[in-house]
Ligand binder design. Structure first.
Ligand SMILES: *Cc1c(COP(=O)(O)O)cnc(C)c1O
Length: 358
């Protein structure tokens, strides 16, 4: 069999071997007191990574399912939603609102640019909006938004603040309660460094109150059912049991290491990689980067060629971009079990490829 490729992709990410091994074990039955205890510890661990005293629902699906659950449970036809749209994942909020007939306006943000906070303030000062939707890190472009600052604006105008923090939590500082975030989302295959298949919806007091009067047209995504069952450490439907076992262990590891140390690990890998770009004739594309990922701008419009050369000649997987950015940027993830030596290997490969191309 071909040697597994080195992953520098924003999901899936490299996974620690002791976590991988847990995934090969025979499953436990989930309707037991032991499993309930494991779920309770897991919920506490999730609240630690979100930095919240609120409640978190555990869903069995990829991150988009958590986005859809947020739209179904916290928004309805009486809302007027404002969406920050700076790429593929901002667009996904728009698509979900369109699909579920939620009235919305969008602030389009150019790729690689930050949100114009003055413009945002002017828009919400018109008092037409009830909710603000954003992605903490727009993974399509590598742009990290200032959620702390935007949270202050949301609070000033009483907006329900819903943040897709899927590719930011554990990689960048994220403090749900202090930043006035009402609903925050995360999924397993990003900086949590687990296989895909689980996602999490964290809810403030205010979001929980809203939930009580919400009437989502969905059985599987009815978040109230999750909160009621989780009170006794259970989930309403058969969960991804193996994944939950891996999550439980990973959260114990994070708790022991502490969140600041996990964030620093991402920051270190990101800065090691970014420091090498100048020599390669490449540069960072985003004006404010997440530690999770570097979007790399290629001046010769050869981004896709570089992605293919890394895959075919060096057995390294980085992420291409879509749409208008296809030839302009590629994306290098710093999430998961990546070491200094891995970054060295990637940089050496890029050195050889860019030398050949120049
Ligand atoms: C990965 C990601 C998602 C979820 O994508 P799935 O493929 O459904 O897991 C959502 N938002 C952002 C910002 C992401 O990076």
């Amino acid at each position: 069999m071909r040697k597994t490729r080195k992953l520098f992709t924003p999901g899936p990410v490299p996974i620690d071997s002791h976590i991988l091994e847990l995934g090969c074990q025979q499953l436990a039955y989930n309707r037991t007191p032991e499993f309930s205890a494991l779920t309770q510890e897991t919920l506490a661990g999730l609240n630690y990574v979100f930095q919240t005293k609120g409640k978190t629902a555990i869903l069995t699906n990829s991150g988009t399912g958590a986005m859809e659950a947020a739209v179904l449970n916290f928004l309805d036809h009486s809302d007027r939603v404002l969406i920050i749209n700076g790429g593929t994942f901002g667009q996904r909020w728009c698509d979900l609102c369109s699909l579920h007939s939620i009235d919305f306006s969008e602030i389009k943000v150019d790729a690689g640019q930050d949100v114009d906070v003055d413009h945002l303030s002017e828009m919400v000062a018109q008092k037409k909006f009830t909710a603000l939707l954003i992605n903490a890190h727009e993974t399509a472009t590598g742009q990290l938004y200032d959620i702390e600052l935007i949270g202050k604006i949301a609070r000033q105008y009483g907006l329900m603040f819903i943040v897709d923090a899927i590719s930011s939590v554990c990689a960048d500082r994220f403090s749900m309660d202090d930043w006035h975030v009402d609903v925050a989302l995360l999924s397993s295959q990003k900086a949590l460094a687990l296989p895909p298949g689980l996602s999490f919806v964290a809810m403030s007091e205010r979001a929980q109150t809203r939930l009580q009067s919400s009437n989502p047209k969905s059985l599987y995504f009815n978040l109230s059912d999750y909160l009621v069952n989780q009170e006794r450490g259970q989930l309403p439907y058969t969960p991804a049991i193996g994944l939950l076992t891996q999550l439980h262990q990973r959260l114990q590891d994070i708790k022991q290491a502490t969140i600041p140390a996990i964030i620093k690990q991402h920051a270190d890998m990101a800065s090691q990689f970014r420091c090498s770009l100048g020599d390669l004739g490449l540069r960072v594309f985003a004006s404010r980067s997440s530690n999770a990922l570097t979007s790399v701008a290629c001046k010769n419009d050869n981004a896709l060629e570089i992605v293919q050369a890394l895959r075919e000649q060096y057995n390294i997987e980085v992420a291409p971009s879509g749409g208008a950015l296809k030839d302009k940027i590629f994306r290098v993830s710093h999430m998961g079990a990546i070491k200094t030596t891995d970054v060295d290997i990637l940089v050496q490969a890029l050195k050889q490829i860019t030398r050949l191309n120049s």
